[in-house]
Unconditional design. Structure first.
Length: 178
């Protein structure tokens, strides 16, 4: 819980800077890249979490890794490292993205389907489900899941809309058994 509070504070400060300087889109994209690198690069994670490596060396590695990043994003990363909060980098990015999405009226959605969705299908889903969650549009991440048998399952935040054949069969089974 404390970690998320810390991450929210850094994200909010960075978000306010982004709004002041009209850099919201650029900083969001950079933070998505930072989050992806931090989450999927085990070598960088090992370096950041190493107690033996001096802070200055960690800062140098981050500066090299994200040299093209905006100065505000880079400064935030430096502060997190200075204060031994390297493990909050991903959370800061998540909270920033959430604030940016709220500002634009966008919700992140995961759509599970048995095949990749076309652009038109994604747009249709965005148009029909965005209103149900009080947003203008959805940013859809399509995940192919052959276990669904057919249909789609949509997850927006903590809400799930299950229109999959597997979901319908499971509900029917519960009705028959209950």
């Amino acid at each position: 819980m404390i970690g998320s509070t810390v991450a929210k504070r850094y994200a909010l400060a960075l978000f306010q800077l982004a709004n002041e300087h009209q850099l919201l889109d650029q900083m969001e994209e950079e933070l998505r890249v930072v989050k992806d690198v931090v989450n999927h690069n085990s070598e960088l994670n090992a370096v950041l979490k190493s107690p033996k490596l001096p802070i200055e060396k960690k800062k140098e590695i981050i500066k090299d890794a994200f040299a093209s990043a905006n100065q505000y994003v880079l400064n935030t990363l430096m502060i997190l490292i200075e204060r031994h909060r390297e493990d909050h980098i991903s959370d800061v990015a998540d909270h920033f993205i959430s604030l940016a999405n709220d500002e634009r009226g966008i919700a992140e959605a995961k759509v599970y389907s048995i095949r990749p969705l076309t652009e038109a299908e994604q747009n249709a889903l965005s148009a029909s489900f965005a209103a149900k969650v009080g947003k203008r549009s959805l940013r859809i991440e399509n995940i192919v899941d052959s276990n669904l048998l057919g249909g789609i399952k949509l997850r927006i935040g903590n809400r799930i809309f299950d229109g999959s054949l597997r979901g319908k069969l499971d509900r029917l089974e519960r009705q028959l058994l209950g």
